[in-house]
Design a protein around this ligand. Structure first.
Ligand code: TYD
Ligand code: MG
Length: 459
């Protein structure tokens, strides 16, 4: 067996070193030096000669260029995960041979989601866990979905042993929980280090591509919300999914940050229950609180997340500042944008908000970056400021410009249709929206300026 050769490279400038050191002497960056394999030993990692799969040997032939229209797509090019929210976010199902990375904060439910999917899958699935014991996983599986014929559990962290098991089992899908716990014999650094993560991922990519088996990796995220490990990990995989939501809320959102096989606009919504994650098929209903009485400071926005319209409730609280400097705080909405909107209201609509505390909250613990919620933010802030409730059956979809103009937003007809479907009686949009000639079962109010909105809402 040939010896494995490793050396140390600066991840910033690429300088090579014989041993690890804290600072790169070439670019002066700290903590950027990581060990990398430069020459592999034979047959220690995933090797096609160890696999019995036919595709492995086929890909060993040297590749030739092909005309695009000569490349044939196999009929069943996507694997249905039996989880419609996950399918939607993936762009229609798992692509054979693809690597998917699922990131999210600790305790958000990554393991629960993947185990649940693994238990439901109609394919032979290998769930590799480096974090929990088989008993712990069994306990969790009991809560979620007690019987499954196709799901195998392996508690192992060494890639060489994992591949040995894969060769014996020949699974159709592999789930790794989590990539940070894996380690390979080739590199001496501890699991979770940059070089270990990269090397293990490389081995898994090689396995996935050569056998056309989809591999799903669970990844930890750092404090600032990035996937722990090298940024290059995100470049290496085909799809990066983010599982998010406030841990204190029961709703979870799955979105794609990168997707080689579909759009990154799609969104999946789940509800965490005692027996696992429930798919939420009609999200608008859960995001709007079901208060019967009318409360000031709330407004409903018709937003779009990907292709899917979503009605979201915005709550604002405006009160006189107790301390000298007024506080501004926004949850689920960009705080800078809130400041901008307050400035526009002050300048263009004559509201003196300079000495007021303003708190803004998007209910359901989700974060929205659709600019169409601006108008609902304006309405909620004003409603709270003058303590007059907005009609619960009215909703908003428009962006606010710096001149105080109400600007049109994309795919406004889709938003109107959703609002009408959910029983809203009117929707305020920009005067400049171009609507296809169609009978909507809802009053459409077209306004041009913030000033007009104030007049329309509060007389
Ligand atoms: P987990 O999947 O372990 O999170 P991660 O892998 O992202 O760290 O999720 C654990 C949380 O989910 C835990 O706080 C309990 C909760 N949970 C439920 O509410 N219901 C369930 O059926 C399960 C399995 C977990
Ligand atoms: Mg976990």
């Amino acid at each position: 067996m040939a010896k494995i050769k490793t050396t140390f490279f600066c991840q910033n400038c690429g300088a090579q070193f014989a041993k690890w050191q804290g600072q790169c002497t070439s670019c002066k960056e700290w903590n950027t030096i990581a060990e990398e394999v430069i020459q592999k030993a034979e047959k220690v990692s995933w090797d096609t000669s160890t696999s019995a799969g036919g595709q492995g040997s086929a890909s060993k032939r040297a590749a030739k260029p092909l005309k695009v229209n000569e490349i044939s797509l196999s009929a069943e090019s996507r694997m249905n995960t039996k989880n419609s929210e996950l399918n939607r976010v993936l762009g229609g199902g798992l692509v054979p041979g693809s690597l998917t990375l699922l990131g999210g904060e600790p305790g958000i439910g990554k393991s629960t989601l993947m185990l649940q999917v693994a238990l439901q899958l109609p394919y032979k699935t290998l769930y590799v866990s480096g974090e929990e014991s088989a008993q712990q996983i069994k306990m969790r599986a009991e809560r979620i979905h007690p019987d499954s014929e196709n799901c195998y559990i392996l508690t192992e962290t060494k890639t060489q042993n994992i591949f040995r098991n894969i060769t014996d089992l020949q699974p159709d899908i592999v789930v790794i929980d989590s990539i940070q716990t894996l380690h390979t014999d080739h590199i001496e650094s501890s699991p979770g280090s940059i070089s270990q993560i990269r090397e293990c991922t490389t081995e898994l990519i090689k396995y996935a591509k050569e056998t056309s088996t989809p591999v799903i990796l669970i990844g930890h995220i750092t404090k600032d919300g990035n996937i722990a490990g090298p940024k290059i990990l995100e470049h290496m995989v085909d799809t990066v999914l983010q599982f998010e939501g406030d841990r204190n809320h029961i709703y979870r959102i799955l979105r794609a940050n990168k997707n080689r096989f579909g759009s990154t606009n799609e969104l999946g919504i789940y509800e965490m229950q005692g027996n696992g994650l429930r798919e939420v098929a009609n999200p608008s209903e859960i995001l709007i609180s079901k208060n019967e009485e009318e409360l000031s400071g709330t407004a409903i926005s018709a937003t779009l997340e990907g292709m899917r319209p979503l009605m979201i409730e915005i709550q604002a609280l405006v009160s006189t500042a107790v301390y000298g400097t007024p506080q501004r705080s926004a949850t689920g909405y960009n705080a800078k944008r809130l400041n901008m909107i307050l400035a526009v209201l002050e300048k263009r609509a004559g509201f003196k908000l300079g000495a007021k505390d303003v708190f803004l909250n998007v209910t359901g613990g989700i974060t929205v970056d659709d600019p169409a919620i601006d108008l609902a933010v304006v309405a909620a802030v004003l409603s709270s400021n003058i303590d007059i409730a907005i009609d619960k059956r009215m909703c908003f979809a428009a962006e606010i410009g710096l001149a105080g103009e109400v600007r049109p937003v994309t795919r406004v007809d889709q938003r109107i249709i959703e609002a009408a479907k959910l029983g809203f009686s009117s929707i305020i949009i920009s005067k400049y929206c171009k609507l296809p000639k169609q009978n909507y079962r809802i009053d459409i109010i077209k306004l041009a300026k913030v000033h007009d909105v104030v007049k329309h809402l509060f007389g």
